[in-house]
Ligand binder design. Structure first.
Ligand code: ATP
Length: 603
């Protein structure tokens, strides 16, 4: 592998933007609710964590007793009970460590579970517009890597901080009890620890934010390249993609090295500070020993306790580095959690008992978020229950936008879209979409069996209903010939099915939804004449008795519609039946001629 990609990153548009900085307190407040359900265990964990240093301090104290009361005065009778006490303390310490490890893993994994599932739920509720703006790979990286990284921030962070604080308190108390003056001297280096930690954490945070951003970029590029592999290979863009990937990976590598360099530099600096503290105390201790103001046992215990004291001080300083790097991940999660869906349920949604399927667009104006161009411009049309309304017009006229508004992926800027006379904004989103079945241009097939794909339209559908839907979609015969019938896996994106079969699968799925309103977005796109002809019949069965909004370039498929709405540049240019429009609208007649031309000469 060559690693000589120029780092002239500044001129290149960033793959993924840096998430906005969030103060630590807010990060904490935003993530704390996810500990719900595990808080009592967190309290139990704290008890274990607090008990640990007490047991340790007792063991160290026993050591002093051994030296001063057994070894120095040669009173060996006390040896056995002291050893038994030692053994007892070791067993208790081991038990505490086990319980501590199990409980802390449980608490942190529960926290991650809650955070990740909530984030996933939140993402699923976000509007289509969010996904159209964001790079999916980056969103996935936040859902996986960043969630994982944030754990340090909240749980292990808190627990370790409490544990260190407890150790500090216990050991300091014993040190002060032994010799308060020596203890004070030992603490002289503490502010230096603190100052160094503060300086380093700011630098570590900057490097960590960069690292997380680049991880998102790497993930986004992987998803885009591998998801479009056919295009990449067909256009021979592998080298270019490799270069982009390498550039982001290198940037991530550099950011990781920078964070590691800072952390690695921090450790020896702390060692030097610690050694300085210990040497001062040792010097003073030896002086006191020589003058008979300190026993040997006391000095040994003092130095041992001192080494235990610096452990937590060093730990707390290290923790602040970990805190800051985890908060870089937390910022990326909070940015997602702060996203509000562009459309949401009304506070008190109307719940009509029965929907007949009357669709009305009433003076609808619409602009895609973040754009200035008006996509729909005072669009009005009406479909009575059971009627078929066709939306036709040149590419970019706004036909698919009408469908998106009917599904309430977006809300109109002005005007209203109504179902049975009720503004869609007054209905619950789930209820609205329950009443609409949709056949998109790109047929969506999930990785699963034929049966699962059809039943995706209505969970809980019986086998008989699935077969009936497949029959109506002219799919049953084909499925019956498959080796595993309805249990045949269709492969990711329906790779094992032809375009026409995928379309019929989608028809079966729409059929089983049995919704009063149907949206057909270019139902014959991408199919050859024979396949297109073969789906017309099942489509007809699907449309029967339902209000159908059919979007098509192809005037031949929409001639029979009850009404045709001719859209041009986001406006309704004309409305009427095929013959009426043909007679009075030159633009429509022109479109019609365009569609006929390729057919001329066909026998
Ligand atoms: N997500 C989006 N963000 C911004 N602009 C968009 C978005 N989707 C569509 N547009 C713009 O809105 C206009 C209408 O697009 P729309 O997809 O509704 O046209 P269409 O008539 O369905 O075209 P086609 O027949 O090619 O599918 C176009 O100018 C398009 O560029």
């Amino acid at each position: 592998m060559t690693v000589d990609v120029d780092d002239g990153d500044d001129q290149v548009e960033p793959v993924v933007e840096m998430a906005p900085a969030v103060p630590l307190r807010r990060t904490f407040g935003r993530l704390w609710p996810y500990t719900r359900g595990g808080r009592s265990w967190l309290a139990v964990l704290l008890v274990f964590v607090l008990a640990g240093p007490l047991v340790d301090a007792a063991a160290i104290w026993l050591f002093k007793v051994v030296v001063d009361d057994v070894l120095v005065p040669h009173r060996l009778g006390l040896f056995l009970p002291i050893m038994l006490a030692y053994a007892g303390l070791t067993v208790v310490a081991g038990g505490l460590r086990f319980a501590d490890q199990m409980t802390s893993t449980w608490v942190s994994e529960r926290f991650l579970l809650a955070l990740r599932t909530d984030l996933f739920k939140h993402l699923q509720g976000l509007s289509l517009g969010f996904f159209e703006r964001r790079r999916l790979g980056d969103v996935l990286a936040r859902l996986t890597g960043d969630v994982e990284a944030v754990e340090t921030f909240l749980l292990s962070g808190i627990v370790d901080a409490v544990a260190y604080a407890a150790e500090l308190a216990v050991f300091l108390a014993v040190l002060f009890y032994l010799r308060w003056d020596l203890a004070l001297v030992a603490l002289v280096v503490a502010p230096l620890f603190w100052y160094t930690a503060r300086r380093f954490s700011a630098l570590v945070k900057a490097a960590s934010r960069e690292r997380r951003r680049r991880s998102g970029s790497v993930s986004a590029l992987s998803e885009e390249t591998l998801g479009n592999i056919a295009l990449v290979q067909a256009c021979n863009r592998q080298d270019w993609e490799q270069e982009r990937f390498l550039r982001e990976s290198l940037a991530r590598f550099r950011a990781t090295m920078e964070a590691t360099r800072l952390r690695a530099l921090f450790a020896p600096i702390v060692d030097v500070l610690e050694l300085a503290g210990a040497l001062i105390v040792l010097g003073l201790g030896a002086w006191e020993l020589a003058r008979g103001r300190l026993t040997l046992g006391e000095l040994l215990v003092f130095v041992t306790l001192l080494s235990r004291l610096y452990g937590p001080i060093r730990g707390i300083s290290r923790l602040s580095n970990g805190f800051y790097s985890a908060s870089a991940a937390a910022e990326r999660i909070i940015e997602l959690l702060d996203q509000k869906p562009q459309v949401s349920d009304p506070p008190a949604p109307l719940r009509p008992a029965r929907v007949r399927g009357e669709v009305t667009f009433d003076g609808v104006w619409f602009r895609y978020p973040g754009t200035t161009r008006v996509a729909l411009f005072d669009v009005s049309f009406h479909a009575d229950p059971g009627e078929t309304v066709a939306l036709v017009g040149p590419s970019g006229a706004g036909k698919s936008t009408v469908a998106k508004l009917l599904l309430r992926f977006y809300d109109p800027e002005r005007g209203a879209v109504r179902l049975d006379g009720i503004d869609l904004r007054e209905l619950a989103l789930a209820d609205l979409r329950e009443h609409i079945a949709v056949l998109l241009q790109e047929t969506l097939v999930i990785h699963g069996t034929v049966r699962q794909n059809i039943a995706y339209g209505r969970p809980g559908a019986t086998d008989a209903e699935i077969v009936a839907a497949a029959r109506a979609a002219d799919l049953h015969e084909f499925v019956s010939r498959l080796p595993d019938g309805y249990d045949t896996l269709v492969g990711q994106h329906g790779r094992l099915l032809s375009g026409g079969q995928c379309r019929r699968l989608a028809i079966a799925r729409a059929m089983i939804r049995d919704a009063p309103v149907l949206i057909l977005d270019e139902p014959t796109t991408g199919l050859d004449a024979e396949s297109a002809r073969r789906i017309l019949q099942p489509l007809g069965r699907l449309m029967r008795g339902r209000t159908t909004i059919i979007i098509s370039h192809d005037l031949l498929t929409v001639r029979g519609a009850d009404r045709i709405v001719l859209l041009r540049s986001g406006c309704v240019a004309d409305t009427g039946r095929h013959e009426e429009l043909l007679a009075r609208n030159d633009g429509y007649a022109h479109l019609d001629r365009l569609h006929r031309r390729p057919l001329q000469g066909v026998p």
